[in-house]
Design a protein around this ligand. Structure first.
Ligand code: DI6
Ligand code: FE
Length: 405
């Protein structure tokens, strides 16, 4: 508790979903006290301590308040447009056929390489604003559409600036091992050498919070992924992995052996992979947007993950090829309808477990000591976050104690 003389901000007339314990943590007539960027007290208004020096007061009019949402897997910084490719796919071409024909990720790489940092920032800002309008207060942004040291650095700088210029926390992830750039055709081991060689300079510039790779038959092998992870480990950087999206490569077990923060996608995850993730405390990040857009039929092994007690997060995977999604509540809805998460699991998946997938333990719940990141909704119950689709009415977000819109 702050001392009675400390200036505080009071947020009252809120229906709170704190998510602080196992359940929703509902508090009907709830109140919050914040002090600068932190929450200092949460509870029923009737128990609000008396005699506090309250500097500012916000009447939330009975609205639902949840922790600010955390989108823990996005490829938000890129240029170009892939709707023509999506049309080809709708006319029968497969994602892999398009990728092998030089489309797919490579077409975004070509457009991103010729875009300046300001342009990349402008495009990413629009997307981040849309995510924030649907409750997001923390956002992970991966590189992976530059695929040269200079272009990867430019994308990561744009991501850093996004966090500086917009009211949002941005975490950056270096995904140099996303796709093989054309100049390395037939020389994927040489490209991995280059990726590992870029990392120290990118890290020294403060551009990298974590390191990711795409471990897949059409991307990089487990042996190549291991080399990227070893380079990350030498710098003390945490790793995560695009694992078992299209096939079982044993990527999840490999990532877990490096203490990965998360393994993401996981449609083809094996029992061994689940056991390894459980032992390492690795979060399973489920990406129903990509599952939907690729018309996948193989479901991630949700029941087995649940049984093993592996924490499950849900994210947009926002990217121009397989998930041009800009609503995290819609992903929670789809995680329930496609993957059979319960609404409580899905909402924990876009808050507390998503924060954990980024190695962040100071957000994702409403509790004293947590960051004052809030999402305010014109809803009665948090299960409505998984109910409506196409429009989930977020009326306000609060980032580090400041009303952001
Ligand atoms: N997995 C995906 O689903 C995206 N990247 C990845 O590693 C696809 C990215 C794209 O098609 O541009
Ligand atoms: Fe992805």
């Amino acid at each position: 508790m702050p001392t009675p003389s400390t200036p505080l901000t009071l947020w009252r007339h809120a229906r709170l979903a704190t998510l602080a314990g196992e359940g929703w943590g509902l508090v009907d007539d709830g109140a919050l006290l914040t002090q600068g960027p932190r929450i200092t007290w949460v509870g029923p208004a009737s128990q609000l301590p008396a005699g506090l020096d309250i500097e500012a007061e916000h009447d939330l009019g009975g609205a639902l308040v949840t922790p600010g949402l955390v989108d823990c897997h996005t490829h938000l910084v890129y240029a170009g447009r892939r709707s023509d490719e999506a049309e080809l796919r709708l006319n029968g071409a497969s994602y892999e056929q398009i990728a092998r024909a030089g489309g797919g990720i490579r077409s975004t790489v070509a457009a991103t390489r010729v875009a300046g940092e300001d342009e990349l920032l402008r495009l990413a800002t629009r997307r981040a604003q849309a995510l924030r309008a649907q409750g997001v207060t923390t956002l992970e942004v991966k590189s992976g559409y530059g695929l040269s040291q200079e272009a990867e650095a430019r994308c990561l700088r744009a991501a850093r600036r996004l966090g500086d210029t917009l009211d949002l926390s941005v975490r950056t992830t270096f995904l140099g091992a996303h796709a093989l750039p054309p100049e390395y055709e037939g020389r994927s081991d040489d490209y991995i050498d280059a990726v590992c060689a870029w990392l120290p300079a990118l890290h020294a510039e403060g551009l990298v919070d974590a390191v990711d790779a795409f471990c897949e038959h059409l991307a990089f092998s487990p042996a190549q992924t291991r080399r990227v992870f070893e380079a990350a480990r030498r710098l003390g950087l945490p790793v995560k992995l695009h694992a078992e999206q299209l096939s079982d490569q044993g990527g999840a077990a490999l990532a877990a052996s490096f203490g990965a923060l998360s393994c993401d996608h996981l449609e083809h995850l094996s029992p061994d992979g689940i056991a390894a993730m459980r032992a390492a405390g690795t979060v399973a990040v489920l990406l129903p947007g990509a599952f939907y857009m690729l018309r996948e039929t193989k479901l991630p092994p949700i029941a087995a993950l649940r049984e093993a007690g592996v924490p499950m997060a849900v994210s947009t995977d926002h990217n121009p090829g397989t998930s041009p999604a800009l609503s995290l509540p819609l992903m929670a809805h789809m995680a329930c309808s496609f993957f059979r998460l319960t609404p409580l699991e899905a909402v924990r998946g876009i808050t507390v477990h998503a924060a954990r997938a980024l190695g962040l333990h100071d957000r994702g719940t409403l509790a004293a000591g947590q960051r004052a990141d809030l999402a305010v909704w014109a809803l009665d119950h948090p299960n409505e976050l998984c109910y409506w689709f196409g429009h989930t009415p977020c009326t306000q977000v609060v980032v580090a104690g400041e009303v952001s819109r």
